[in-house]
Design a protein around this ligand. Structure first.
Ligand SMILES: [Zn+2]
Ligand SMILES: [Zn+2]
Ligand SMILES: [Zn+2]
Length: 257
């Protein structure tokens, strides 16, 4: 049966864990699972590497996971913790002698063009700039033999995309999933979803809300991500029901496609 390998590059919230200047039990924890870089995942299939988001920690994540090539990036939305690593794709442009295609909504493209004006302004410079080819997502699409289905959701007042690929889905940075998207998230083996903390947040699903969604959608396994320092890996995993676990940087598993 065909499969891809999924790697969680980063499982932390926008500030990362440890949080700078914080000395809570989780930020000072010696458990490597409590070191959470900013959120992103890698999908490897047939020698091709597709990333979802380019976090500010992208370079560090790529070194850690020995990512030797990059074939495409999919963007969930345009918040800083999901896009700021874009500049670090340059070595792959040079090595592969080609642009890296980036798949995004039109909204996300507007922000990318603004935040990375030097990438998209077509001004000739003496320094190297990322070579990115923007593609607009307007429905399911195929890449290197993989089918990606966008899963529209809400992230506070703004839209966000999750992605389904085979028997898994990645849905970071959401507060609610509209009924019209739920059928895209049924029948999953693995569901990676936002669960920021226990206390409510206007733009993020919390542990209770994410557990409720997992109960409704019934994936075989659920993995919480975009986790802040309120949750300790060992301590809080012990409180979660069977089949639901905190993701961690470097988590890997096979996904049937
Ligand atoms: Zn985020
Ligand atoms: Zn802390
Ligand atoms: Zn966000």
């Amino acid at each position: 049966m065909a499969s891809l390998q999924l790697t969680v590059l980063g499982s932390g919230t926008s500030m990362g864990v440890p949080t700078l200047g914080c000395h809570c039990a989780v930020c000072d924890s010696a458990d490597p699972h409590d070191k959470r870089t900013r959120p992103s995942i890698l999908l490897a299939h047939n020698g091709r590497n597709v990333m979802i988001d380019t976090a500010p920690d992208f370079r560090f994540q790529a070194m850690r996971e020995k990512i030797d090539r990059l074939d495409a990036v999919l963007y969930t939305h345009s918040h800083a913790d999901h896009i700021l690593g874009l500049d670090d794709i340059r070595p792959y442009n040079l090595k592969q002698r080609s642009a890296v295609p980036a798949y995004t909504t039109e909204d996300t493209q507007v922000t990318l063009r603004r935040q990375f004006a030097y990438v998209f302004d077509n001004v000739v410079t003496e320094s190297s700039v990322p070579d990115v080819e923007l593609h607009t997502i307007d429905g399911p699409f195929d890449l290197f033999g993989l089918r990606f289905t966008p899963v529209p959701a809400r992230h506070g007042s703004q839209p966000v995309l999750g992605f389904r690929f085979g028997k898994a889905a990645y849905l970071t940075d959401f507060s609610t999933v509209p009924e019209s998207s739920k059928h895209l998230l049924r029948g999953l083996d693995d569901f990676i979803l936002d669960a920021l903390r226990y206390t409510p947040h206007p733009m993020h699903s919390n542990v209770e809300q994410s557990l409720e969604l997992v109960r409704e959608l019934q994936p075989k396994r659920a993995w919480f991500t975009h986790i802040c320092h309120d949750l300790g890996h060992e301590r809080d995993n012990a409180k979660l029901p069977q089949g639901v676990r905190l993701a961690y940087d470097g988590l890997k598993f096979e996904v049937q496609i």
